[in-house]
Ligand binder design. Structure first.
Ligand SMILES: [Zn+2]
Length: 390
């Protein structure tokens, strides 16, 4: 049996909710919040953590990761990027297609200690040999509507969106047609479409008008020629208009898809991210991404507020996943799902996917991740590696 967990002296943080008093939170052996308030008496079988004024938020969600380890050549293990970095929920963004989804459920989702969701790849084989063998390599024969819809209906609890990689290296000569196919599937199944954008064709100008409220652009602040929102005023206007009608703009940092220059340009013109995700995989894990906390700290350095950054990894991704975002998240009776974190003063440089530098002076450092009766002390590899210069 697990011990109870008593978290002392935390400050609840959520946009539009100002709580000035430190509070304690007691979590029972069953993983439910038992008490919230100052000066809770510690029961006998209780692990106590005095967090000394750290913040507590809903558990962080990383909405773009690759965790189909062993079945795709780019995926990490959930445990490498989950609870130990403050992330209680991981979303695999298209690693699995309909042909290999059963393995994702059996060997990843059912084994992980984090909450796991998936965006199902349009292409049957998913990211088995990512970019070497495109998931759409067989053209239209790579997409099987019947099988995709069957897999979705059998895995509703796990599959929360359809993923299309709308880049030329993936789509080949299909161009925008495969985005149309993916959107059709998303509409039939009542799921959002998650569109990766980058190297055209298809053009971002063609992708954006196909997206509706609740659909997602991932890699929204990429710096790729012909595929970014900075170099063409018409493309930027289309992106701004899409966001205003409810299309979700997701960072999806990755090894090639986040530009500080594009982000600064967009922020100045009022286009800021709705969701901040890492796109962690084998090629971004050793840098420039490292982990979600390092990514969040970059967005702070680019001018976002702490409240906004936390909203982008708590409430906003839960909305995309069709999860409830009840305002009373820190009350007795609720299933525990929290991240406790501090904001540390630091001074070091980070890189984006283009090799540009950014000075980091505040680092969002996770301290404790709590999911039900399970909890982990956290750290950041990014902070450790960047401050030791390795
Ligand atoms: Zn990705």
């Amino acid at each position: 049996m697990n011990d109870m967990l008593l978290i002392r002296n935390v400050l609840a943080l959520e946009k539009n909710v100002i709580r000035q008093e430190l509070t304690d939170v007691l979590i029972g052996e069953e993983g439910l919040v038992l008490q919230v308030g100052a000066g809770i008496n510690a029961p006998d079988n209780c692990r106590e953590h005095d967090m000394k004024g750290a913040f507590i938020s809903r558990g962080w969600v990383d909405m773009h990761t690759h965790i189909y380890h062993g079945a795709t050549d780019l995926s990490l293990l959930p445990e490498q990027i989950g609870m130990r970095t403050g992330v209680t929920c991981l979303v695999d963004c298209g690693s699995a297609g309909e042909a290999n989804f059963k393995g994702f459920r059996r060997y990843i989702a059912e084994q992980a200690e984090e909450r796991i969701f998936a965006f199902l790849n349009l292409g049957s084989i998913g990211l088995v040999a990512c970019n070497r063998v495109s998931e759409l390599v067989m053209g239209y024969r790579s997409v099987d509507f019947d099988r995709i819809l069957k897999v979705i209906s059998e895995n509703r609890s796990l599959i929360r969106g359809i993923k299309i990689r709308a880049s030329q290296v993936i789509t080949g000569d299909l161009g925008i047609e495969c985005v149309r196919l993916a959107k059709k599937l998303a509409r039939i199944s009542g799921l959002p479409l998650i569109a990766h954008v980058g190297e055209p064709p298809p053009l971002l100008d063609e992708v954006l008008p196909l997206l509706e409220k609740g659909d997602v652009i991932t890699h929204a602040f990429n710096g790729k020629s012909g595929g970014n929102i900075m170099e063409d005023p018409l493309t930027f206007a289309l992106a701004k208009e899409a966001q205003s009608r409810g299309v979700v703009m997701d960072v999806g940092h990755g090894s090639a898809s986040f530009s500080f220059e594009v982000a600064r340009f967009a922020f100045e013109k009022g286009l800021v991210p709705d969701v901040i995700s890492s796109d962690l995989h084998c090629h971004s894990f050793a840098g420039p991404v490292f982990d979600l906390p390092t990514t969040l700290s970059k967005l702070i350095a680019l001018g976002m507020s702490l409240e906004d950054v936390i909203e982008c990894v708590t409430i906003a991704p839960r909305r995309v996943l069709s999860e409830s975002v009840n305002e009373n998240w820190l009350v007795p009776g609720h299933h525990a799902d929290f991240t406790v974190f501090t904001v540390e003063s630091v001074d070091f440089q980070t890189l984006d996917s283009m090799g540009s530098e950014l000075q980091i002076r505040k680092f969002i450092l996770p301290q404790l991740a709590v999911l039900g009766a399970n909890w982990k002390e956290c750290k950041s590899r990014g902070l450790e590696l960047l401050t030791t210069g390795n």
